[in-house]
Design a protein around this ligand. Structure first.
Ligand SMILES: [Zn+2]
Ligand SMILES: [Zn+2]
Ligand SMILES: [Zn+2]
Length: 138
């Protein structure tokens, strides 16, 4: 048993779910480029703690949370970038950026530009962290 409740949220713009679909019902098509999110969910469903078995120095040094500079929105998003899928919060400086399933991938871009190694999910109910350097959850 995974204990995961059925998804009963409001219908999004993605259209109705196909009840006969054999694809993973949890991963939406627009989330599949998000490696940390996919790993997090796989571990959860396998009944394992959603974190890597060991932590790198970045994860050990990073705080559990940070104050977002732009609460509730991607700091770098332009109107032509389209909607973001999820938001990520940089634990070094509070930058809020969109995830790898969002076209501009501003959170990853922020890491590449600043070297700030650790972000956390900025989604409600998710507190996992991800080190870009070592590609570890923790
Ligand atoms: Zn690391
Ligand atoms: Zn963005
Ligand atoms: Zn940062």
């Amino acid at each position: 048993m995974t204990g995961l409740p059925p998804q009963a949220g409001p219908g999004g713009p993605g259209g109705p779910a196909d009840p006969d679909a054999t694809v993973d019902p949890i991963a939406r098509p627009d989330e599949r480029n998000d490696r940390p999110l996919g790993l997090f969910r796989r571990l959860l469903r396998a009944g394992q703690a959603p974190r890597s078995p060991y932590l790198c120095a970045h994860l050990i040094d990073a705080p559990a949370d940070a104050t977002p500079r732009t609460p509730g929105r991607c700091e770098d998003h332009q109107p032509q970038d389209g909607p973001w899928v999820h938001l990520r919060l940089c634990l070094a400086c509070g930058h809020v950026g969109c995830c790898d399933s969002s076209r501009p991938r501003h959170a990853t871009l922020h890491y590449e530009q600043t070297g700030h190694p650790v972000m956390r999910s900025y989604e409600p109910g998710e507190s996992w962290r991800w080190c870009y350097v070592d590609e570890l959850l923790g």
